[in-house]
Design a protein around this ligand. Structure first.
Ligand SMILES: Nc1ncnc2c1ncn2[C@@H]1O[C@H](COP(=O)(O)OP(=O)(O)OP(=O)(O)O)[C@@H](O)[C@H]1O
Ligand SMILES: [Mg+2]
Length: 289
């Protein structure tokens, strides 16, 4: 069962020309090590923007500076025109974040955690809607330790929305999700954009970035190597004479996985239907992208 798009109040949009996120001359040093070495990029309102790069490239450091969790060494960061240093409080109310590693209260139920987080913003979030959005609607009274790794990931996404933020930052939101759940996450992220929100996400899955992101920045060793649409970056590489070894296959192991298990997050009836289809030799609809 696909998650229902959340119905929220309209995100608070700034004037059309103002970037959702502006990062200029950003540097971060840890002791003598320069983790982020003077990066510049802007994310337009309503974009899904991907931050890509190998382990240690500086993605999490950048995200944590944007959300005010780490001080920058130099540079300027603005959320919808609000400087994250000089107007920190205002900037923080405009963002929701799912960190690479999230800490929640083990002893609170999911609904209680969302209420607590909402209260931190002076808001009373619709916990049923938020949990329903990530297909955890039937888990409101559960505690975090009762959830699987992928369910925790989805809960963290719901938690990032408690303050109804116009700008959402997701640090590797699909890590740990099975292929079907990953595709459902893509739909959730598209729904956030459909609501008029801006999403910045980091990912190590290039096929995810290719189908989901309007533009991507590729970071390496603390600098940005390229920023553009996925298609334009591919065109630029092809223009250099690059050619892939093409292996045409009608299906991949991932297709097999989705055929066999591709029900909704917890939708047992869909699983039964898939099994029945298999028994009757009928194929299910192929993977969406
Ligand atoms: N608190 C810290 N003290 C010292 N060095 C740090 C600290 N946090 C991060 N670093 C270093 O900064 C660099 C960038 O780390 P960061 O976590 O931003 O990378 P990343 O791009 O998010 O990588 P990954 O894809 O593995 O999550 C790494 O070399 C890391 O070791
Ligand atoms: Mg990281």
């Amino acid at each position: 069962m696909a998650a229902q798009p959340i119905t929220t109040s309209s995100p608070r949009l700034a004037s059309p020309g103002v970037p959702a996120l502006a990062v200029h001359g950003l540097r971060k040093t840890y002791g003598t090590f320069e983790a982020v070495r003077g990066i510049d990029f802007e994310v337009k309102q309503g974009e899904i923007f991907g931050l890509l790069g190998p382990n240690g490239a500086g993605k999490t450091t950048t995200i944590e500076i944007v959300i005010g969790l780490r001080p920058m060494t130099a540079g300027r960061v603005e959320i919808l025109g609000h400087d994250v240093t000089s107007a920190a409080t205002q900037a923080r109310t405009l963002i929701g974040v799912q960190l690479q590693e999230s800490d929640f209260f083990e002893h609170l139920t999911l609904a209680e955690q969302l209420r607590f987080l909402g209260a931190c913003y002076g808001m009373a979030p619709d916990t049923d809607a938020l949990l329903g959005y990530v297909d955890l609607g039937d888990r409101a009274g559960w505690k975090l330790k009762q959830l699987s790794g992928g369910q925790k990931q989805r809960f963290a996404l719901a938690a990032s929305l408690v303050n109804d933020p116009p700008v959402v930052l997701l640090d590797e939101p699909s890590t740990g999700l099975d292929p079907t759940a990953r595709r459902q996450l893509w739909e959730l992220i598209r729904a956030l954009r459909g609501d008029g929100r801006t999403v910045l996400l980091s990912t190590h899955y290039m096929e995810e970035a290719e189908v989901l992101c309007d533009r991507v920045a590729i970071m390496d060793k603390g600098v940005i190597a390229a920023i553009d649409t996925p298609l334009e970056l591919i065109h630029q590489l092809v223009a250099t004479g690059f050619k892939r070894d093409v292996v045409v296959r009608d299906a991949t192991l991932e297709d097999v996985f989705i055929q066999l298990t591709g029900h909704g997050f917890e939708d047992e009836s869909a699983a039964e239907l898939a099994a029945a289809n298999g028994r009757h030799g009928r194929g299910k609809k192929g993977a969406t992208s």
